[in-house]
Every structure is written in structure tokens, then in C-alpha cells.
Design a protein around this ligand. Structure first.
Ligand code: CA
Length: 226
């Protein structure tokens, strides 16, 4: 497992790198956003630990650029802030998980183990079509009519799960298991955030994500389209 660690505080970087190496991870470090981005763009890393506040390019902007280039390496975002807005911003930019500073090394290692496992909802090279809504999971592209939009990897995995099970209720726990992996520490409110974003991207289609209160969601085809 090869990790790219982008962090500008030298003492934190050194201390964590030491711990990661002791836990048998291969680690490369970058101390600013531009260098981190150039290294991440090589695509050789299995995981990226990304600090939010970085010189030369901040973490969320870096992450957005990586995702827009189709680089879907799992990213654990390190952040000193904890507000819902920050959380949404980070997840929407394509982070797979985040840790609030300061954190314990045990917690970091647990998150890395979870991120390093392949979720069972891994990308499949098949095009999905429900009522004219077409998802290309390999490229995370959603086509509605003559409009194609890019999805984040998690959005694509989530929509793929809904489309394969159209009409069937899927619980939030099943979604966490299939999209984030069986051992994830991610909470169900992240599912709600992703559903919120998917709905925004789906609003011109014949397909809706319906909520089943207290249980989960299902994908519904609109039969009477004007
Ligand atoms: Ca920093």
C-alpha cells in the first residue's frame, strides 16, 4: 500500500510518516499543494492523506482538480475545522473520508485500513440505463437526454447501486456497506449528503430518488412524463 501524504507542518509530517512506515505503509511526502498535486497526478498511489490548509494550493481545490481529471485515488482529508459546511465542501470535492485535527494515530490507522479495503460496490465496466438515464460507472458520467455531467466516484457508485436495484428500497446501512465498504466508520449522514447531491444532478430526468422515512431510499421511474 503506497500512500501520498500532503501536509505542510514538518513536525506532524515527520511524526506521522514514521508511524505509517512502522505500520508497513510506503509513504511519500509533499509539503505544499502544487507538489502534492503533481505527485498525485502520477496515479501511482493507493491512498492520499491530504491536509486542507496548504501553501501554494489548498487541499479542497487540489482535490477537485484531481477528480475532474478522472483520478479517483481514495482521499482522507485532514481538517482543523468541523462545521457541516466544511464537511459538505470536502465530501463534495470528492474526499472519501475526513479526520478533524487533532486526531489519535489509532484513529488515523483505522480510517486508513477502512479506505484501503475495496468496497464491494467497486467500479464495474458496464453502462446502466433506467428510463433513459444512462450511467457510465467507469468514467463516472451521467447522461440525461443530450446532457452529460461528471459525477464524483462516490456519487457514481451510489447511483449505480440505485440503478441496479431500481424500485427496490435500499437501507442507509446497505448503502454504507456497498459504497463505502463493510468496515467503514463513515456515518449515515454522509449518505444523506450524497443523496442530496445526486438529486440535484438528477432533477431534469425521468427518475427520482424517493425517501422511505427511517429506512432508506429507492429509485423511482416517473411514468407520466410531460
Ligand atoms: Ca496545514
Amino acid at each position: 500500500m503506497r500512500i501520498l501524504f500532503v501536509e505542510d507542518e514538518p513536525r506532524l509530517s515527520e511524526a506521522l510518516t514514521y508511524i505509517l512506515k512502522k505500520n508497513n505503509y510506503g509513504v511519500d511526502t509533499a509539503y505544499d499543494g502544487e507538489t502534492g498535486q503533481a505527485m498525485a497526478e502520477t496515479g501511482v498511489y493507493d491512498l492520499i492523506i491530504l491536509d486542507r490548509m496548504l501553501p501554494r494550493k489548498e487541499g479542497v481545490a487540489l482535490l477537485k482538480e484531481l477528480r475532474s481529471q478522472g483520478i479517483h485515488t481514495p482521499v482522507l482529508l485532514l481538517t482543523a475545522k468541523d462545521s457541516l459546511q466544511d464537511r459538505i465542501e470536502g465530501l463534495d470535492a470528492g474526499a472519501d473520508d475526513y479526520l478533524i485535527k487533532p486526531f489519535s494515530t489509532e484513529e488515523l490507522l483505522a480510517r486508513l485500513r477502512a479506505l484501503g479495503r475495496r468496497p464491494s460496490g467497486q467500479i464495474q465496466d458496464e453502462q446502466l440505463n433506467v428510463a433513459g438515464l444512462i450511467l457510465n460507472p467507469l468514467h463516472c458520467e451521467l447522461t440525461q437526454g443530450n446532457k452529460t455531467v461528471k459525477l464524483t466516484l462516490k456519487e457514481s457508485l451510489l447511483l449505480g447501486l440505485f440503478m441496479r436495484n431500481a424500485g427496490q428500497v435500499i437501507t442507509k446501512e446497505q448503502i454504507l456497506d456497498r459504497v463505502w465498504g463493510p468496515d467503514t466508520d463513515v456515518e449515515t449522514n454522509n449518505v444523506e449528503i450524497y443523496v442530496h447531491y445526486l438529486r440535484k444532478k438528477l432533477n431534469s430526468s425521468n427518475v427520482r430518488i424517493e425517501t422511505v422515512r427511517g429506512i432508506g431510499y429507492f429509485l423511482k421511474e416517473e411514468l407520466n412524463v410531460p
